[in-house]
Design a protein around this ligand. Structure first.
Ligand SMILES: [Zn+2]
Ligand SMILES: [Zn+2]
Length: 83
């Protein structure tokens, strides 16, 4: 695996350059959300988010619940078929 360094540019203009495992930067800067360019806006409210779902944490929860419900219903249907 390639060695990655944090691409975050600090306030003094220098690059953080910390070793990191993520392309988006070291844990410190990834968490602080400093790399706004790498974020995608939530599909509902345009809040910048790093979530793979494409939704902010607020909306991702709602979507997740809907997906879960859908999955359970499908499982119910399948169990009726196999019985
Ligand atoms: Zn960093
Ligand atoms: Zn949102």
């Amino acid at each position: 695996m390639d060695r990655l360094t944090c691409p975050h540019i600090k306030r003094d203009g220098s690059i953080c350059d910390n070793n990191c495992t993520r392309l988006v930067g070291c844990l410190l800067h990834w968490k602080s959300g400093a790399n706004k360019l790498l974020k995608t806006p939530c599909r509902i409210c345009d809040e910048p988010t790093l979530s793979y779902t494409g939704f902010c944490s607020k909306h991702a929860k709602k979507i997740y619940h809907r997906v879960e419900r859908e999955r359970k219903r499908q499982q119910d249907v399948l169990s009726h078929i196999t019985l």
